[in-house]
Design a protein. Sequence first.
Length: 568
Amino acid sequence: MIYEEIPEERETDLSAEDCRAQLARILNSTDFEASARKHRFLSYVVDETLAGRGSRIKAYSIAVNVFGRDASFDPQADPIVRIEAGDLRRALDRYYLGAGQGDPILITVPKGGYIPSFSPRDSLSLLPEEPTAAPESPRPRVSSKARLIAATTITIFAAAMMTLIWWNYFFQRPPSKPEVPRLLVEGFDDLTGSSVSVAFAQGLTQEVISQLSKFKDIVVVQPPTSATLSRVRFALAGSVNLSADSFRFQVRLVNRADGSVLWAHTYGGATTVSDLLKAQADIASNVAISLAQAYGVIFEADARLVVLDPPDDWAAYSCTLSYYSYRVSFDPKALPPVQACLEKAVARFPSYATAWALLSLVYIDEMRFSYPMDTVQLPQSLNRALAAADRAVELEPLNVRGLHAQMLALYFKGEIDAATSVGRRAMTINPNDTMLMGEYGDRLALSGNWKEACPLVAEAHERNSGPLAYYEVGLALCSYFKGDYQLAAKWIRKANVSSNALYHVIATAIFAEAGFEADVERERNWLSEYYPALITNIRQETLWRFGRREDAELFLGSLKKAGLRFAD
């Protein structure tokens, strides 16, 4: 049977059997990364077209026959078919970029409808060139089917050779770079078809890519190639629908390994020009924060992933995950294995900027959470931390985590103006990094700039999707230095970083000013039992952390009020 898409006179006409064989080839391929519903979608539209019922394929019929919607389905109110069709088109594109490169027939679902198109590959171009001299005797005519078989055989052989080459490259050779998450950003679908909606969808795609690319712990891939696609573990897709006075943007992050949706969100707003432009920036910022920051969706997905006997590249990446896990509690006991892991990572991959940055932060925490303070080793330890941070920034000047580490190292060396200057530059590079925002806010606060600092800490707390205790301690200090001790007590109770001694010191000062005597006694007893050396040396520790002496003296006065005994 011949179909409308294929001219009847061509020798390469496709039969229904050929097209069904191609459909089976796609559906049975592990490289066709689509859900079971998309498998049914493709099977339905292909079968209907091959049966001569292509004119019946509408959004309504697909919704009812494929998605199980009832007879009341309204395609104008429910865009499910258009969204799934966009996903299916991209899944087919990826298949033909990869395993389907040598397939003899292309099956596509052109935009603007759901009737599939069938077309043959240019098989003759894959055959060896014929000799230019005329043959001495007539050759038997080679049928198109024979040519197709020959072309397919050659292509399969070539694909097998390429597979062998890639296998040797990726799996036999030791990895040359650490593993980092790769995120494919697919062009967002325009479901409206107007010039405004097309421009909005394209602009939103580019804005999201721009904001995600500021996070150096992930690699944004767009558009993909057959080589890069095989290493991409996550894909971001979405669709835009505009009406006369409002828009709706639906976006989702998919784990390409199993097709599971890890995150999805819907945004909406007005469609005036100014509103659309602001929406692009706001949505892109929100998507980037949700997915790419240290405790975002991608981090959480990888933190839950168990890799047995991991190769070197994954082991190095897992060291960065272990640092962020440690940072949830700031428990000093968890620090040594994280430090050892990161030191191995930079030894194996000396150009891994993020690992150098996190190693610098570990060196800093090793100093500030060890009691009593080792004043003899302190300058050398700070130089080691600063050297690691400098190495990270040298490798990647726009790596915000490297600048973050540089800022902290300079601050604890007493170079406060230089530290805040680095922090300000890092915030300019990536204003969506809430971990940096909170730490920069803390440096400003402890250097005495409470007015600018506290709103930053509050914003970091509001926008961060991960553990909030670090920011809550900062907000407790903001309230304390504002003189609102009741609010300070509220924040410090919420934080409860119970394994970190400095948390208990801050809680002691706040509870003393708020008049909570039972809480003061509990905190004082905890410090006396576990960190008596910290109490003895608390003046030196406090002066090292506060940039303004009057702030340090105020804080020390509260500790005396709580009954802590230390030398003036």
